[in-house]
Ligand binder design. Structure first.
Ligand SMILES: [Zn+2]
Length: 406
């Protein structure tokens, strides 16, 4: 007997950035997609899961989070979270992973924490929790002594180069995270901080990382800090506020991925005193970043969606919706923005199991209520998550919509 199962999807966004397909019958067998029929829901004799009022897309990927921290705006809680012990961090991280799952996010990349709790969680707890959310971690980030970065990492020891420090501490991590600038000023528009490391230090660090089979993600804002990271051959630029058009061009040329995290500024705005200098500067920071994203699209820069969840006001899972909205505001079509949030993120994180819905690929995708034009607000209404041909999550486990399925 055939193991084939069918889904009738109202709309399909396949993750490639190409046009939306309408009224698609998706056939799966065991764990894989075996057919995608665009000629509508013909042959009513075939039993199919009815998702005709839903849009199907690849699982979402958040390429920049901090699992140890929540998006709380309460300074007392934030301070406590920064010095959290592992027993408490386990609970916090599990909750954040659950929040990602409930928003259809099936992979996250952690940008570092002071005590490497996320790394330890991945090694000691993640399998036990049996969550389908994939976690990639960088452990503790690297920053220059005396410069910004202590919240998420540490500097190399005295008399130890950045490259040597990386070589000594690369166990079990998926990424090397380097902090190469300060934070954005909320008081002075476009104020830049200098690079933390020289091109030589960064180039040596990238070489060592590549020898260890690791990619390098660089926190960098401003022209010089971004330029140094790009010239050194890093694999992704995180934030990249005020980097300028020349760096965008270089990024496109060198095929280095950009993770703009624009929603961090939006989140600040929502909790700031209006009629303050900070509010005006933050507004301008956001506008400037949206313009850079618009230009990145024109230049052909590969953008991967990342939220910096765990920053003030940036909530795990929910923030993906915000960032998608900002990409669309900056001129991306819905399928293009979805590509940033799915295919590009999966590529960056080295995930092969999902990112593109096509024949021969694993039957792993999410179904959200409504049509593509309802994205991103419809991301709050995840109808079902399919992983390797099985329903992993649905709004009503026994819904008649799925009776043909399980
Ligand atoms: Zn971050």
């Amino acid at each position: 007997m055939s193991d084939m199962k069918f889904i009738d999807a109202g709309w399909l966004i396949d993750g490639s950035g190409g046009p939306v397909l309408k009224n698609v019958r998706i056939g799966t067998e065991k764990e894989s997609i075996v057919s995608i029929n665009e000629s509508g829901f013909k042959d009513p004799s075939i039993k199919a899961a009815d998702l005709s009022l839903c849009t199907i897309l690849p699982p979402l990927v958040d390429s920049h989070v901090h699992l140890c921290m929540s998006g709380t705006v309460d300074p007392f809680v934030r301070k406590k979270q920064l010095d959290i012990n592992f027993a408490d961090a386990k609970v916090v991280i599990s909750n954040h992973i659950a929040q990602h799952l409930s928003h259809g996010v099936l992979a996250v990349r952690d940008g570092g924490d002071k005590y490497a709790h996320s790394l330890r969680y991945l090694n000691e707890c993640h399998d036990i929790m049996e969550s389908p959310v994939k976690i990639k971690v960088s452990g503790k980030a690297w920053h220059k002594a005396g410069r910004y970065g202590g919240l998420i990492g540490r500097p190399p020891e005295k008399n130890c180069s950045l490259a040597q420090a990386i070589k000594n501490c690369s166990d079990k991590i998926d990424y090397i995270k380097i902090v190469n600038s300060g934070l954005n000023s909320l008081k002075e528009f476009s104020k830049e901080t200098g690079p933390q490391f020289s091109i030589k230090e960064l180039s040596d660090a990238v070489k060592i990382a590549e020898r260890l089979g690791l990619k390098v993600m660089v926190h960098a804002n401003g022209k010089k800090p971004v330029e140094f990271a790009l010239v050194s051959g890093c694999h992704s630029i995180e934030h990249g506020f005020f980097m300028g058009d020349e760096n965008l061009g270089l990024m496109a040329k060198k095929n280095i991925i950009w993770v703009p995290t624009a929603c961090t500024m939006k989140a600040y705005l929502e909790h700031m005193e209006k009629k303050s200098v900070e509010y005006d500067v933050t507004c301008m920071n956001l506008e400037h970043q949206l313009k850079q994203i618009e230009n990145a699209r024109k230049y052909g820069v590969t953008v991967a969606l990342g939220t910096d969840s765990g920053s003030t006001g940036v909530h795990h899972g929910l923030a993906v919706k915000e960032e998608l909205n900002l990409l669309i505001t900056a001129g991306y079509s819905v399928p293009e923005a979805v590509k940033c949030a799915t295919f590009n993120g999966a590529e960056l994180l080295g995930i092969n199991e999902f990112g593109h819905i096509a024949r021969g690929e694993p039957a792993t995708f999410i179904a959200i209520e409504g049509m593509p034009s309802d994205i991103p607000s419809s991301l709050s209404s995840i109808k079902a998550i399919f992983i390797n041909g099985r329903i992993r999550y649905s709004d009503q486990a026994k819904s008649k919509d799925y009776c043909a399925w399980d």
